[in-house]
Design a protein around this ligand. Structure first.
Ligand code: DLL
Length: 434
């Protein structure tokens, strides 16, 4: 089978896959009851017998876990394995700055590495490749996650990490004689931009693919990256609480994130009621880790907004797909009653990619009693600022396009090239000054 690392699992008939999921779940729930006081207390409070799980749909009776539960368990109270079996710690810092810690056993590291390896193979990677890893190495899961996945398939990983963007350009030009790269999509744009500023054409570098994730990005940014770097660009999704990158990944059809369902049960929850929604409907994504040992979680509400794509994928995998993540419900702005995600704005801006650079910020503030939304976006280098009429014309077109897409009026500021600060990790798109 082409571009599929474990066809016997990734293409397993659904009934068999669901049987495997149920076996794991039936073991994990009683184990969590016995080892993690938080889950014991929750299940006792709900009057839930940990041996009650008889079918997969019984997952809906299990407690939902939220970020605050992990913070309250700081540092190790959520661990289900004894400390001597933990071989690695990562952490995730939330927007409020408080940290939640994740522990992995060797089994967890191996299964994580394989999940990332599946993602690399799906992107067209092979063991003969050199993979430039420009995700940050450290407590963030991106760098080490991609690194172990690359080594898992026998490829050569270059642990460049983030930063020193000129050196990134040099490595991509000289060292990646065949293969791919991984980093946030916004950093990939910065690397391409830096290459151009150095007088190089990044589309001539011998890169074949990019594995981009850790932040929302749009289809139009994908096209921009593919054109600029002369590659195919694939989405990879994950979060440290559940594992890291590789919870879901795109295949060659680039149409949604295949979830590694032999390890993670996925549900879409109604943001208000937390009840599961049917396939196809948008809601908050929750995962149950069914075979993790270090820190298994039940129904962890990621607060990422997406939906399950109900149709099967032509690639032959039977694992279900999540639509590209729209954003986090925390990043959803409610402006005069209308729900807006920065990713929706990005999608519109990039329709003008002949004149606008893929660099923007959304600033929410108060104008009197009303909420105001201002979009700042950079003009492409080479845009003639003195040509007032074309600037005014562009301003008018972009503003009208955003207002019609979002059904609200916005303020728009076209700013000079490089006016918006770049980041080497996750881009900051939303600034809420309210
Ligand atoms: O961002 C793990 C990761 C590293 C994923 C490298 C992909 C590549 P955290 O720092 O814990 O972990 O942040 C997780 O980032 O809940 C989403 O809101 C967002 N996110 C991750 N991947 C994507 C993606 C890593 N492909 C949070 N699209 C998640 C949109 C993403 N958002």
């Amino acid at each position: 089978m082409n571009r599929i690392l474990r066809p016997e699992i990734e293409c397993m008939p659904r009934t068999e896959l669901e049987g495997l999921q149920l076996d794991y779940l039936k073991r994990t729930v009683p184990k969590l009851y016995a080892t993690v006081p938080f889950y014991k207390a929750k299940m006792d409070e709900m009057g839930l017998d940990p041996f009650r799980v008889k079918t997969l749909s019984d997952v809906r009776y299990l407690p939902v876990t939220v970020k605050d539960d992990l913070r309250a368990a700081y540092p190790y109270k959520m661990f289900a394995a004894p400390m001597r079996d933990i071989v690695r710690i990562h952490a995730s810092s939330g927007t409020t700055g408080s940290i939640s810690v994740v522990g992995y056993t060797q089994y967890d590291i191996d299964m994580w590495s394989e999940c990332v390896a599946r993602s690399i193979i799906a992107a067209g990677g092979t063991k003969d490749d050199i993979i430039h890893v420009a995700y940050g190495y450290g407590i963030f899961t991106g760098g080490l996650g991609l690194h172990y996945g690359a080594e898992w398939i026998g490829a050569c990983a270059i642990p460049v990490s983030g930063g020193n963007t000129k050196r990134q350009v040099q490595f991509l030009r000289d060292l990646v004689t065949v293969g791919g790269m991984g980093c946030t999509p916004s950093y990939a744009l910065l690397i391409a931009e830096t290459a151009r500023a150095l007088g190089e054409d990044p589309s001539t570098f011998p890169l074949r693919y990019g594995i981009y994730g850790a932040e929302p990005w749009s289809e139009n940014i994908r096209r921009e990256l593919e054109r600029e770097l002369g590659i195919s660009a694939y989405d990879i999704y994950g979060l440290s609480e559940i594992m890291g990158p590789g919870v879901g990944f795109e295949c060659e059809y680039q149409s949604g994130l295949h979830i590694n369902e032999d390890h993670f049960l996925v549900e879409v929850l109604d943001p208000e009621t937390h009840e599961p929604l049917p396939d196809g409907e948008y809601g908050e994504i929750a995962f149950t880790t069914i075979d993790k040992e270090g820190m298994p979680l039940l129904r962890y509400n990621t607060r990422d907004i997406s939906r399950i794509i109900p149709e099967p994928c032509p690639c032959g995998r039977t694992t279900r797909r999540l639509q590209r993540i729209m954003g986090r419900s925390d990043d959803m702005i409610i402006i005069r009653g209308v729900n807006v995600f920065p990713s929706q704005i990005e999608q519109v801006l990039m329709q003008f990619s002949d004149r606008l650079a893929p660099q923007y910020q959304v600033i929410v503030s108060k104008k009197g009693a009303l909420d105001n939304l201002e979009v700042q976006v950079e003009l492409k280098p080479g845009f003639d600022f003195d040509e007032i009429s074309s600037l005014e014309n562009l301003h008018h077109q972009v503003k009208a396009a955003i207002s019609s897409e979002l059904a609200i009026t916005i303020d728009l500021k076209l700013v000079e090239p490089h006016a918006i600060e770049r980041t080497q990790g996750k881009a900051v798109r939303l600034i809420d000054k309210r």
